[in-house]
Each structure stands twice: as structure tokens, then as C-alpha cells.
Design a binder for this molecule. Structure first.
Ligand SMILES: [Fe+2]
Length: 268
């Protein structure tokens, strides 16, 4: 049994795993994509930058296909809801700038999504439909002494999606950014409040493509804030986060397209 299935946590060194011809170029292209990430408008002053995209992965063939984005004022976005969408809770609605077309065509990114997906496991009825993959490019960046870049939430937490994977793309000139894994019981706490024995794992991702995955129901996870390192110039921790959740066949009573209000419905 894989360690992800056994303990809810697995570490992967994908830099050793992906050795196809051209992988260095593909990695360099992904690193370049992090140079032009826009600030996370939902987390001002946290020195966080991000883009997002949605794909589906086909069970069986593991084919990856990008879902269409939303165009707002000529710019490409993906709409984002955490938890089930309820029009009464507009606060739950977020809209992230899309990954660029060039990034979405990157072969290494597709290989990473497929690798992660193959690590996931499902109840049979949850895998009758394609599985949704949310792909987040997130950069924590600091320029000056005293600045702190924070990931969210800033404690041991669970994401609410069955699986999340994190892939380091670049780490340079920062202090901090340690990862910690604990049981769900420790959620809401800081790793520093726990006895070291209470952590299932504690590690840094240092090299590009060093990665880890969690099966959310079994563990809580944490990444520490980062501050500027000792060298001259700016510092960053750039990572690709990929979460997976099923697109189950909906209960007819819960399908908003069954409400009969055709005036607010669209051809897609
Ligand atoms: Fe998380």
C-alpha cells in the first residue's frame, strides 16, 4: 500500500522521477511563469501571488483536459468556490487570474497532474465521472528585511478536498517555509505548540519538484511563513498546489439547473 493510503501523507522527489528529454526546459518555463504572477487580491499585504486553473482528469485513461475560463473585461479568470456554491454566500465567491495558455500547454505540468492523480484513490461511485483538479500557482515573495509572506491558513489545517499535492518549483533566498504534517486532532494549532513527537513529519522542500501529498481526512498540514534570507536581493518560495475532488452525479433536488429559471441559464 502506498504511504499516502496508509498514513495520509507521502513525500515525492519528482525531480528524480521525470527524466524525459526536454524536462529542464519545461521546468524553466514553469519557473518563468512564477515571475509574472499577479498579487492575490484576496490576501492583500500577505506578499502572496497566484494564478489558478481548473482541469478534469478522466479515470482509466488519465487524460487531462482544461475547463473553460471566464472572460471579464478581456482578461481570463477561473471562478472559485470553496465548499458548495450557495448564491446567498457571495463571500465564498472568488475569481483568480487564469494560468497562461503557455503554462497550460506545458508538458511537465500535465505530467505532474497525471502523477498526482494516479496517487489518488476513490470509492467506486465517486470515480464514475471525471475528477476535478484545481491547479494553483502560489508564490510567497519578500523583498525587504521585516517583510513576512504567509500562506493560508497559517496553522495546521485541512483543506476540505480529498487530496492536495504541493510541488516546489523554486525556493531562493528565504528563511522559513518549513512543512509540518500532524493528525486532524491538531488542526488549528501551530506546530511550535506541539511536542515534536506529535508531528507525523516535519521537512523543508528545497529543490525544484520536491513534493508531498496529503489525503485530507487522515492528516492536517502546515507551511510556515517566510522571511527574507541572508543573500542580497529578493526571496521567494514558489509552489504548484493541486487538489482533486470528484464531480459526482448530482442529486436532482440539488441541481440549480432544475429550478426552471431559463432566463439565468446559459449555453456552454
Ligand atoms: Fe492547505
Amino acid at each position: 500500500m502506498s504511504s499516502l493510503k496508509e498514513t495520509g501523507f507521502a513525500y515525492y522527489d519528482l525531480g528524480k522521477k521525470f527524466t524525459y528529454e526536454g524536462v529542464e526546459n519545461d521546468l524553466a518555463e514553469l519557473q518563468d511563469a512564477f515571475d509574472s504572477l499577479p498579487p492575490d487580491e484576496y490576501a492583500p499585504h500577505l506578499n502572496r501571488y497566484r494564478r489558478y486553473a481548473r482541469a478534469i482528469v478522466m479515470p482509466g485513461t488519465h487524460r487531462v483536459e482544461w475547463l473553460p475560463e471566464t472572460i471579464i473585461n478581456g482578461e481570463r479568470y477561473y471562478e472559485y468556490f470553496q465548499g458548495s456554491f450557495n448564491p446567498e454566500y457571495k463571500g465564498a465567491y472568488r475569481c483568480f487570474p487564469s494560468l497562461t495558455k503557455k503554462t497550460m500547454a506545458n508538458h511537465l505540468l500535465e505530467e505532474i497532474i497525471r502523477f498526482d492523480f494516479k496517487e489518488t484513490f476513490w470509492m467506486k461511485e465517486d470515480a464514475l465521472m471525471p475528477v476535478h483538479a484545481g491547479i494553483h500557482f502560489v508564490k510567497l515573495a519578500v523583498e525587504n528585511e521585516g517583510e513576512v509572506a504567509v500562506s493560508s491558513p497559517n496553522n495546521l489545517h485541512q483543506d476540505g478536498e480529498p487530496f492536495t499535492f504541493a510541488h516546489l518549483i523554486r525556493r531562493r533566498n528565504i528563511n522559513g517555509g518549513i512543512n509540518a504534517i500532524a493528525t486532524p486532532r491538531e488542526r488549528g494549532k501551530m506546530p511550535s505548540d506541539l511536542h515534536p513527537d506529535q508531528l507525523l513529519a516535519r521537512f523543508y522542500l528545497m529543490e525544484p519538484l520536491e513534493s508531498y501529498g496529503v489525503y485530507d481526512p487522515l492528516v492536517s498540514h502546515y507551511v510556515e511563513e517566510v522571511t527574507i534570507g541572508n543573500a542580497a536581493g529578493s526571496g521567494e518560495r514558489s509552489a504548484i498546489l493541486i487538489d482533486f475532488q470528484p464531480t459526482v452525479i448530482a442529486n436532482p433536488d440539488e441541481i440549480r439547473s432544475m429550478l426552471g429559471d431559463t432566463s439565468s441559464m446559459h449555453h456552454v
